[in-house]
Ligand binder design. Structure first.
Ligand code: AMP
Length: 357
């Protein structure tokens, strides 16, 4: 177990790294942030910084030597980067998790192997295989790049009349999968943590509402049946245990209404703290950020109990953050700004949480 005073190395310097470093400081943990982007928001709040490319092996080795454990705020850490770091220090969650979650095909095969329900999927490498996949799954279906997709990027909906050659070209002719369309009524996520000793704790399942493919609002708890919530937590635990996971994990799921209740379909695993867990900063006994720092440091996990009857988190996207003074003047609002120098449409600039008694 690391002790207060130890240093955590964080790969990536965005808002997630910023909130991890801030939460770590409360526990007396120092953070060393590694990012290639000089004005990244986490650089404002860390004890040490390295601004270098993720493939700069000399910088990676020096970084690893200066920390006690390494973690990451994003899943697209290059395999070679993780390999270099692992030769020096423990990397948590373990890098096998990166290989699993960087590729939608491998991720879905892994979940199916665990008996976790996913959308039907077919591997697509060219127009012929796409045509065969569409014949099998029907329309509408969703074509997704296997790698590097986020916030709806790297996706095309194959509705009636959509030209397959054009759809594939719109993704840039990269390896893809076709997913059967899931007629969901709600999108929910489980944010949970697994400690070094295998202890597992989940927060309340929350409901996520997207606007323009970007998370807009999270409501905790989600309005789903108790059995559905328990099933979601059980699936997440199975995934975390199979991956020998240490840290906070988020699993995004679709809720599909059925004659006899609700069915869950897992969409995606995020091997990190997650936007849908930001509500825990103000709305739970231990925030997801503190929980992640505790887990990777080998410390005991904290209580995940929610404050209040309901917690609502709203993202501040682009110009939304210009209303900071108005939000500060609102008694019930907890404002978090990420300190990003430049506001752009679609860019996550901060969030606001409200905890209802
Ligand atoms: P993703 O990038 O996989 O998180 O997908 C982005 C959004 O697209 C999801 O939050 C859903 O709203 C929608 N979506 C993704 N996959 C499917 C699917 N198989 N069926 C229906 N909607 C989907």
């Amino acid at each position: 177990m690391l002790k207060p005073g130890a240093t955590v190395g964080i790969l990536g310097g965005g808002q997630l790294a910023r909130m991890l470093a801030t939460a770590g400081a409360r526990l007396g943990l120092k953070s060393h942030v590694f990012s290639p982007v000089a004005d990244d928001p986490a650089f404002d709040v860390c004890a040490a910084r390295t601004c270098a490319d993720f493939l700069d092996e000399a910088a990676l080795a020096a970084f690893a030597e200066s920390v006690d454990v390494v973690t990451y705020e994003f899943e697209n850490v290059p395999a070679r980067t993780a390999e270099v770091l692992e030769a020096h220090r423990p990397v948590r969650p373990n890098p096998k998790v990166l290989a699993l979650t960087q590729d939608r095909l491998i991720e879905k095969q892994f979940m199916r192997g665990l008996g976790v329900a996913t959308a039907d999927f077919v591997d697509v490498c060219d127009v012929d295989s796409l045509a065969r996949a569409v014949a099998r799954l029907g329309r509408p279906a969703i074509l997704k790049t296997r790698r590097f997709g986020y916030d709806g990027k790297g996706q095309a909906r194959i509705g009636e009349g959509v030209d397959l050659t054009q759809a594939l070209a719109s993704l840039g002719a990269v390896p893809a999968i076709l997913e059967g369309f899931v007629p969901f009524s709600k999108e929910v996520s489980v944010v949970a943590a697994r400690g070094l000793d295998g202890d597992f704790r989940a927060y309340d399942i929350c409901e996520n509402v997207h606007e323009h493919h970007i998370l807009a609002t999270t409501i905790a708890p989600a309005a789903i049946a108790d059995e559905t919530a328990q099933a979601a937590i059980d699936m997440t635990r199975r995934i975390a245990e199979a991956a020998d996971y240490v840290g906070v994990i988020a699993v995004e799921m679709f809720v599909v209404p059925e004659a006899q209740g609700e069915r869950l379909i897992v969409n995606e695993i995020a091997p990190r703290v997650h936007n849908s867990g930001h509500w825990t900063l103000d709305g739970a006994v231990t925030s997801q950020f503190e929980q992640h720092m505790r887990a990777i440091a080998g410390m005991p996990l904290g209580a995940t109990r929610r404050h209040g009857s309901q917690v609502v988190m709203r993202n501040l996207i682009g110009a939304d953050a210009d209303k900071w003074a108005e939000i500060l003047a609102d008694d019930g609002a907890c404002l978090h700004l990420y300190g990003k120098k430049e506001s752009r449409p679609g860019r996550k600039m901060g969030h606001v949480t409200r905890v209802f008694p």
